[in-house]
Ligand binder design. Structure first.
Ligand SMILES: Cc1cc2nc3c(=O)[nH]c(=O)nc-3n(C[C@H](O)[C@H](O)[C@H](O)COP(=O)(O)O)c2cc1C
Length: 313
């Protein structure tokens, strides 16, 4: 997720959800081919399995960006065919590509021919007035024949004019039934449901028919939910206790601080850490005020944590 799932966020999520596949923010293929690829693809071995999401519509550039990502150690590539933002729409990629299944298939084929890691797709149910189950199935048909075997489907359509990206994550209604139908019609594909999943029971129900779930906002805003989900779905592997996880992330932050990373760049992903606990607001306020200051160190984070009454955790 843009501006959210950077390497610091992923490091934190890896600690609390050891079984999850983590996704990068979307990076535009051109930026990897013509920009500072090394910096854009920065990640740590400890984050794996981690998927590099790409944006673009040019088969050659996407294939070359995929190759660079593969060489950088990513475990899979995901093509973004779901982003509705104006900027992305103007660049003729993201969700509007759902209207061009043959072009997406061409991109996927070229990418699959170029790398040996899986190339997957994230899409919506459809776009504007072109959202029908028939069109979705046609899209998935073309693109899967080109080589994509896993589809993450954000279970609402995208509206490309008049809605902001945030509105596009809330206003078009969720329709899980279409995604379930997709799984029934394409049983050999891995179908991952995304959109509005924010409680463990709901996830368990979905997993009765889906091959997986992708969780966005709920995981970021309430890391406790992500942790609970991992524990519920993989009960055989007990996670370290909360304090031990926190200690591990603090050790990570200290090593990054030593390399010149600002405290806020890491703690900004921890605002939801004490979700629902007494003192959580004071913790967030303290971090907002002090973690941004030049020279802020780990002691600032420790002082923020001290605002929270964790006995109720
Ligand atoms: C801040 C933010 C940034 C996002 N950036 C991306 C992105 O880069 N690529 C993408 O496929 N989806 C992106 N999304 C959409 C989410 O991946 C997800 O599809 C959407 O939020 C619905 O899932 P949720 O209800 O679990 O949050 C973003 C969402 C948010 C809130």
């Amino acid at each position: 997720m843009m501006a959210w799932t950077d390497r610091h966020c992923r490091t934190f999520h890896r600690l609390i959800a050891p079984h999850a596949w983590l996704y990068t923010e979307m990076v535009v293929a051109d930026a990897i081919c013509f920009g500072r690829a090394h910096r854009l693809l920065e990640h740590g071995e400890h984050e794996r399995p981690v998927v590099q999401q790409l944006g673009g519509n040019d088969p050659y550039l996407l294939s070359q960006a995929s190759l660079v990502a593969e060489k950088n150690g990513f475990d899979a590539i995901n093509l973004n065919v779901g982003c509705p933002s104006d900027r992305v729409h103007q660049g003729a990629f993201g969700a509007c590509l759902m209207l061009q299944p043959k072009l997406v298939a061409e991109c996927i084929k070229r990418m699959c021919d170029t790398v040996s890691i899986p190339v997957t797709v994230k899409c919506r149910l459809g776009v504007d007035d072109h959202a029908s189950y028939g069109k979705l199935a046609e899209f998935v048909g073309y693109v899967s024949e080109a080589g994509a075997r896993l589809f993450v489907v954000h279970a609402r359509k995208a509206i490309l004019t008049g809605l902001s990206p945030a509105q596009n994550r809330a206003i078009p209604p969720l329709d899980y039934d279409q995604v379930e139908q997709l799984k029934a019609d394409f049983p050999s594909l891995a179908i991952i449901l995304n959109g509005g999943l924010n409680d463990t029971q709901k996830v368990k129900q979905v997993l009765e028919w889906a091959d997986g779930v992708m969780i966005g906002r709920a995981a970021y805003q309430n890391p406790g939910f992500l942790r609970e989900l991992d524990l519920t779905l993989y009960p055989e592997k007990q996670l370290d206790n909360f304090q031990s996880l926190l200690n591990q992330y603090m050790a990570y932050m200290e090593s990054e601080l030593d390399q010149g990373v600002r405290l806020h760049e890491m703690t900004r992903h921890l605002f939801g850490l004490f979700h629902g606990l007494p003192g959580a607001r004071q913790y967030r306020r303290y971090l907002s005020e002090y973690a941004l200051l030049k020279g802020a160190g780990i002691d600032t984070f420790i002082r923020a944590c001290a605002k929270v009454d964790r006995r109720a955790a």
